[in-house]
Ligand binder design. Structure first.
Ligand code: 3H9
Length: 709
């Protein structure tokens, strides 16, 4: 036996019960020691004459959370999980799985190979391999449809969702739900019942009723295939997951398992798997910041949000969702009433969509939320978030007032998306308490929160920012001060590039198409229409006033905005939005405006094809990402990847811009940049970090690893 798996045999009046306990903290991942221990324990049970039934359970906070992801990409040490679960199922005496916490991936596959399953009421089960660019590779795609049917299995496996115990019972994944809090007691109770009964062994692999029901239904298969492909948007794993489940219908179990294995290995060797596992670990690494080594967060019991516009109300609602009481401050009673209406509109939407009921909505709106036109009302708050107009003078004026009224020790945050947080902090008598909290719109939905650390921000204030992110169920990314921090700074760069490409001859619609085909939810011009073209224009005006550097290619955008065409909100921008539709149609008038600007500037248009567009788009994004890391604005390359995935729609399955650069090759990106230099020498200067990495033949990920060690 291994240290990770313990075996004991209990004597009961009705017979012997073997208890097999997996103990591999923190999440009982099925690494080599667990697989080896589990196989040996099952073999021991099979040959143990004193044991009539076995219970497999996990120690600590959860049942098995899946295969050990850290072993992927390395040579696999036998026994493999498929071998272990097949042996468990083959045993001639009943084996029960008692699930608590989460049974995920290889964990649920182990449970499916057991003859019976009991779950605690609080448990959840799922096959989330799809999110790692994989499919369940230990029989899950073959056993699950035999238990719950093909359509339900495709839904679970292609979505990777965690199914609560009650639903798992209704679907037929588990046989019983236990109201207690001990998996051991739940397993033993189930075992004793079995010992009193017929002690029948029920093997999932032999069940056929649910899959016979759809055999030969080619129309259903095609419907499933096309629906999954459409939703996958370029990601391979959902498509292959569906293929593997359908193989369970077409092939006998042993053949189906072979097919599952082939597809699993194909995915295991794909760059998408590598990228998605990078994101899995980056999701967790990003919260590991130097400040947390020395400081703890301050108390967070009451918040104040200044501003009740789109951002302020979104931020307020995200706090209300997390149970944090919020006082919203507006400049006068009328604006305060508008702020309340904005908050209530979002809450009503939540009720309409079935996210919560009317009672809950009323509790949030009436008990946790209040609004006031008096800034002195911020005084009880231990966190004040300013979400006013993006203008330094406005923000500084507000911070002077905040400084007068906020309690000593309160954390003071600005939701600025570009401005210098040092300058904002400097007008207060307590710059050590000030930081940037850059929420993304709509703030009650978007997961990203840039936590901007200014020169004097204290470590415990930074720690409070991260604690807030966690409480709001957001991903906090540490950023340094610069124009636009991590995300908007990089965005600004590739938007500028997009404007060069348009002015030089490429249609904005072709750019959007190329970017969407790459895997982004929308292209830069569609994004401009969604955000409002007036916002970009205001930003350009600010930059012009500060002294615009380099080529200015946004004249056509200024002309579009000058016509009052601000995008979706005015029904026209780059696209035309008819009858309130959010899907825009290309507009010949826009192309005429662009053509006119080109001819005025004497530009001979040269259109780029899709590959050429994306090479430039990605090179611009990666180059600026490298600068952001080089300057220490982002702690590590992974912080950039997470920012761009959660804030800007970068396709997760490509791992973020810097993981993508590693996949393509740092040298190859550098070669691209150098080859574009003649087109616009000012713009296409390679970042020093990119050059250094290429010279040393290193990857961006090597910097992530160095930061960890
Ligand atoms: C699979 O099963 C393939 C099979 O089909 C085929 C086999 C042939 N491995 O998330 P947390 C680490 S694929 C290694 O912060 P929580 C995690 O990195 C697998 N490590 O806790 C973190 O480390 P650190 C399918 C893992 O309570 C620590 O554990 N399964 C694994 O918020 C705590 O994690 C999945 O995809 C792992 N499998 O959430 C499930 N899982 O402290 C993946 C976690 O150093 N896991 N770690 O940063 C999860 O979804 C969540 O971790 C879970 C707990 C919900 C379990």
């Amino acid at each position: 036996m291994s240290d990770a798996v313990a075996y004991e045999c209990l004597k009961d009046d009705a017979g012997g019960i073997a208890v097999i306990t997996i103990d591999n903290p923190p999440v009982n991942a099925a690494g080599h020691a667990v697989r080896d221990g589990l196989l040996k324990a099952a073999q021991r049970f099979a040959g143990d004459d004193t044991a009539d039934v076995a219970v497999i359970l996990g120690a600590g906070r959860t049942f098995i959370a899946g295969a050990d992801i850290r072993e992927f990409g390395k040579p696999m040490q036998p026994p493999g999980l498929p071998e272990v679960v097949d042996f468990i199922e083959s045993v001639d005496k009943p084996i029960i799985c008692a699930i608590h916490g989460t049974a995920l991936g290889g964990g649920l596959e182990t449970a499916l190979a057991c003859h019976y399953r009991v779950a605690l009421n609080s448990a959840r089960v799922g096959l989330p391999e799809v999110h790692l660019g994989l499919l369940p590779g230990a029989g899950g795609t073959q056993r699950l449809p035999r238990l719950i049917g093909v359509e339900a299995a495709v839904d679970m496996i292609t979505s990777g969702r965690h199914v609560p115990a009650r639903e798992a019972l209704e679907l037929g994944i588990v046989d019983a739900v236990d109201a207690g809090d001990s998996p051991r007691e739940a397993g033993l109770t189930f075992a004793r019942d079995l010992l009193q009964g017929n002690r029948h062994v029920r093997r999932t692999s032999t069940l056929s009723e649910k899959i016979d029901a759809v055999r030969g239904d080619t129309a259903l298969f095609e419907e499933i295939r096309s629906a999954v492909k459409k939703k996958a948007k370029g990601q391979l794993s959902p498509v292959m997951c569906a293929e593997a489940v359908l193989a369970a219908v077409d092939l006998p179990f042993t053949e189906g398992v072979k097919r599952e294995r082939e597809l699993f290995m194909e995915l295991m060797n794909s760059p998408q798997r590598d990228a998605l596992i990078h994101v899995f670990f980056a999701d967790r690494e990003v919260a590991k910041i130097p400040e947390l080594k020395t400081a703890s967060p301050r108390a967070l019991n009451q918040a104040a949000v200044i501003g009740g516009g789109t951002m302020g109300s979104g931020i307020t609602v995200s706090m209300l969702f997390a149970g944090l009481p919020v006082t919203m401050i507006e400049r006068d009673e009328e604006s305060a009433a508008r702020g309340r209406a904005n908050v209530e509109k979002i809450l009503d939407e939540g009720v309409k969509r079935g996210k919560f009921d009317q009672d809950h909505r009323n509790r949030l709106a009436n008990e946790l939320y209040s609004c006031s036109a008096d800034i002195a009302s911020i005084s009880p708050a231990d966190l004040v978030v300013e979400a006013a107009f993006e203008d330094m003078a406005v923000k500084q004026d507000l911070f002077r007032q905040i400084d007068q009224h906020a309690e000593s020790g309160a954390v003071l945050a600005s939701n600025t998306s570009y401005l210098n947080v040092n300058e904002i902090a400097s007008v207060t008598g307590r710059p050590q308490d000030v930081l940037g909290l850059h929420f993304f719109s709509p703030a009650h939905i978007m997961k990203l929160l840039e936590i901007v650390v200014a020169d004097k921000t204290q470590p415990d204030v930074v720690a409070t920012g991260f604690a807030l992110a966690k409480r709001l169920k957001k991903i906090g990314v540490r950023a340094g001060v610069c124009d636009g921090f991590i995300g908007n700074r990089i965005l600004e760069r590739y938007l500028t590039l997009a404007s060069f490409m348009v002015e030089d001859g490429t249609s904005p619609y072709d750019i959007d198409k190329a970017v969407v085909n790459f895997g982004f939810p929308m292209g830069p011009n569609q994004m401009g229409d969604l955000a409002g073209l007036d916002i970009g224009m205001a930003n350009r005006k600010r930059k012009k006033a500060e002294g615009w550097k380099g080529r200015y290619a946004a004249d056509y955008m200024d002309r579009i905005s000058d016509l009052g065409r601000y995008g979706q909100k005015t029904g026209r921008g780059f696209y035309i939005y008819e009858d309130g539709s959010r899907i825009g149609k290309p507009d010949p008038e826009v192309l005429e405006i662009i053509e006119k600007v080109r001819s005025e500037k004497g530009i001979v248009p040269k259109a780029l094809d899709e590959t050429s567009i994306m090479k430039r788009y990605m090179a611009a994004m990666i180059n600026e990402s490298a600068r952001v890391v080089e300057e220490g604005i982002a702690l590590r390359p992974l912080d950039v990847d997470i920012t761009m995935i959660y804030g800007y729609g970068f396709p997760r399955w490509r791992g973020g811009p810097l993981k993508y650069a590693d996949t393509i090759g740092v040298q190859s990106i550098l070669d691209d940049i150098r080859s574009f230099e003649s087109e616009n020498p000012d713009f296409w200067q390679p970042a020093k970090l990119l050059v250094d990495l290429a010279e040393r033949n290193e990857t961006f990920d090597s910097l992530n690893k160095k930061a960890k060690s």
